[in-house]
Each structure stands twice: as structure tokens, then as C-alpha cells.
Design a protein. Sequence first.
Length: 304
Amino acid sequence: MNKEDQNYHVSVLYQEALEALHIKPDGIYVDCTFGGGGHSRGILKQLNENGRLIAFDQDADAQRNLPEDKRMVFIPQNFKYLQKFLRLYRFPKVDGLLADLGVSSHQFDEADRGFSIRFDGPLDMRMDKRLEITAATLLTNLSEKELVEMFSHYGEVSNAKTLAKHIVANRSVSALANIDAFKNFIAPVVKGNPNKYLAQVFQALRIEVNDELGALKEMLVQLPEVLNESGRAAIITFHSLEDRLVKTFFKQGTFEIEEEHPFLNSTRQNPLINITKKPIVPSERELKENKRSRSAKLRIAEMK
């Protein structure tokens, strides 16, 4: 396990992700989610003076962890703008790309970010503070139908309809003032294990606030355009919605479901080779050392 970024975030599947990239000393690589910089430092260690690393992170806090290294370019933006900024910095093609889609430990542990049910703080949840919409904004303005869709799809909340109805019927500024107030506000409709239930609700809000699945899809469709021949993409997901998108795109090269026709052969060619038929998961040792790694799945694809 990498120790360098532990105060900010422990890099999940550290060795496995680096090995997946097949790093060439003079290659060009992208870390889509710089965070604490653990994976980035691991890549830099394997590059010579001609190698380059382009790191993205939309969270301004991540910039505290930047190493002084002339081989690295840091881009303070969402990775959905991957191709745009690679072109801007004159890196039209790269040899590998890594994305760790988990929320960093730092973000969970900072009360004022609003990601965790453990602390009181504002109902924020923005990865990028430049965004205008917060979790409180969504809870205040979304319709009952939109709330149902968000909680059921992004959080798999079992009683999403009841929760949405309760919010719309009773929401007020005071009820959404902060995390503790919100937890008390929805307490009458919490179903099952309260911590699990709240975690699902918070996950749904966080995904919606940051358009996490939309950004992931936008990044994935750019891979065939930015990867060199034999270039690799290694993506670590933390819940089934993300994993399903990555699995589908690596397998098909598209998100569209192609209907089988008995008399026609498909002409669609997947530009990617799906390396991982089954995802790589943390070892028993990593699970013991870092409980937050338990839901991590690493998938790898290679450009033909």
C-alpha cells in the first residue's frame, strides 16, 4: 500500500492499477483523479526524464498535494474535458489513463464538504466548488418525480417514493439547513439500517450534484480518440452504477444496446480490447488495512 498520501487519501488497488498501465519510461500518461497524488507519484517513479504525466482534479483541495515535478502537468478541471485539455497542452495521444472514481478520504472527513453522514455541516457535496448546485439546492427545487428517480436510480433507496413525498410535503429552509437537520427531518421515513439508508441517500445526492455518471460516460467515449495503439485505460469504480458503465463500454465500445438480428452480422467494431473479463478486487491484506477499499473494482482495456 502506498503511504505517501495517507493523510489525504489511501490509494486503492495501488500496485494493481500501476501494473495495469504497462508503463513505458518515456510514455505519456493521464491520472484523471489526482486526489492525494498516490497513483500519480507511482506513475512518475516509473517515468524517465522524457516521460510525461497529465493529472486532472476538479477539487481545489487536491492542489495541496502537487509534487514539484517538471514532468507533470496539472489541470484543475473535471476529467470529462479530457480530450479538450490534452489537445490544449499538445498531448493529442497518450499511452495510458488511470481513473480512481472513489470519493477521497479527505472529502469524507472534512465536515464542511457535506459528503459524510458522520459530521454536521452544510448540505453541499460539490466536488468542484465552482458549481452552483448543492445537495440542498436539489432537495429544495427538484419535483417529487425527479426526487424519486434520483433516490431509486442513484441510491437504490427502497422506499424512494415515500422519501420523495415526505421531502416535498415538508421541506423548508430549516429542514435543509445542514446535515443534522436533514437527518432529523427524514428520520420518520428511514427504513432498515439507518446508517446504510442514509449512505444510500447521500450517495444519490452526491452523484446528482456532480453529474458523476454523465462525466464518466463523457470520459469513456473519448478513450478511443486519446489512446495510442496498445495504450491502456485502468478504471477503479466503487459502486455498481459506475462499474456497469465501464464494463459495458470496455466490452462493446459503446453504451448502446445492439439488438441481435438472425440474418445480419454486426458491423460495429469495438476499438478496445477488454482485458478484464472479471474485475480485479482488493486483496485480503488491503481489505484489512483499508476498509474503504471493500467495494473497489478495477477494469482494464487496451486500444487495438
